[in-house]
Ligand binder design. Sequence first.
Ligand SMILES: NC(=O)c1ccc[n+]([C@@H]2O[C@H](COP(=O)([O-])OP(=O)(O)OC[C@H]3O[C@@H](n4cnc5c(N)ncnc54)[C@H](OP(=O)(O)O)[C@@H]3O)[C@@H](O)[C@H]2O)c1
Length: 425
Amino acid sequence: MTSGSRRKIKVAVNGLGTIGKRVADAILLQPDMELVGVSAHTNNYRIQSAHLLRKVPIYTYSYRRRNQTYENMHQENTQAAIDDMQKILDLPFGERRVATDKVISRINDLNAHLAPRDFDENVQKFKEQGIELAGGIDDLLEACDVVVDCTPKPYGKINKPMYQSFRKKAIYQGGEKANVGDVSFVAQANFEQAVGKDHVRVVSCNTTGLVRVLHAIHQRYRMVLATATLIRRGTDSNDHKEGPINAIIPSLEAPSHHGPDVRSVMPDIDVFSSAYVVPTTLMHVHDLQINMRDQTDVEGVLDALRATRRVRVIPSSAKMISTAQIMDFARDLGQNSRGDMMDICVWEQTVGIYNRHGHNKLFVKMAVHQESDVIPENIDAIRAVTGFADGAASMDLTDRTLNLNKDSGFYRFVDAKSSGWSLRE
Ligand SMILES: NC(=O)c1ccc[n+]([C@@H]2O[C@H](COP(=O)([O-])OP(=O)(O)OC[C@H]3O[C@@H](n4cnc5c(N)ncnc54)[C@H](OP(=O)(O)O)[C@@H]3O)[C@@H](O)[C@H]2O)c1
């Protein structure tokens, strides 16, 4: 793909938090994309960095003009919420309060999006704080070809009718339920399924990591069942409100939602997952135990992982034995200004086979930088929805612009071979 071969894709980002600000920065690096602007839900340091340091146009979250189509859609959605309210009467008495609160909050959310409201007030407020707004959310949506929704769940779903009313293609994030999109997406597993679609959901950080690694293994060996135990970070590094500070929280659902979510991208493999939340902000760690159908060897698995884009095999020689050291290494690498690690990091010496007593089990441990691994997927999803059909070319360009290039000397250096383990009869 050459950058001059097509008109630049005009992209808007709605929601400038952990994911949104990284997606915005990645768009700025793409030769075939133009960041037309981002929405400001409130004014804060992220908005100020985007506007004052990166010169990105900011649009307020309220409407400048009324939008009749959107308002009609909202009326229908509000009516559906009211209908749900009727059903509450059929619930046992003790469950009615919680169900009522849910519907009320849903109606409030819907109404909160029924603009125009506060537009002039917002323009004035931002101006007093040094930011000249470029317009309302309606102006932002009119200006773009594709909007990347990076709001917290369930606002992606709530915003969907707004995008539809402007006839815009939209990318959603993994906090949303799978049915928000026409397809759930991890570029190297199913790029082609997103080509030309209107609504695509980039799966969560955990699911992205699982799919990258399982897909790489699945390309070479057949599996019977992958069991994944996820040790999840409590919250992101900028968050001072969430926890836990001193607890380990097991997921009480079995499987946790991650296994089924992997199957939303790779329906032909069987995955079971369980999860724990722990007091750390740096990364997630996944412990995979995979019952293999095919005879599997450690070097074959490591070769497959080494050859897979957006996966990094950490050699034992690096003596990088914790998530703290991986993130320190990411800052040393300097692939991007934040010290993000967009590759899924597999510890080489954790890759092993146990095939005594008739078992044929593959073990892999890996780390996932939750704040950034989905950023390349968002960029590829933007190209896919606009009809760009060459997945490999898109991923090559994304990887080159984000410095994730497997051909770089550094990858060769860290990929120096030394083996995992194998226990045989
Ligand atoms: N963080 C992760 O580790 C991670 C990883 C992968 C995927 N995801 C998914 O990505 C999505 C976004 O997560 P995040 O962690 O980036 O969230 P976040 O850091 O909380 O940021 C959310 C952003 O959306 C804005 N916002 C809040 N309510 C909004 C609304 N009603 N309408 C428009 N904008 C609104 C917020 O603005 P204000 O700050 O002004 O309120 C903030 O800029 C979620 O689906 C999440 O599950 C998150």
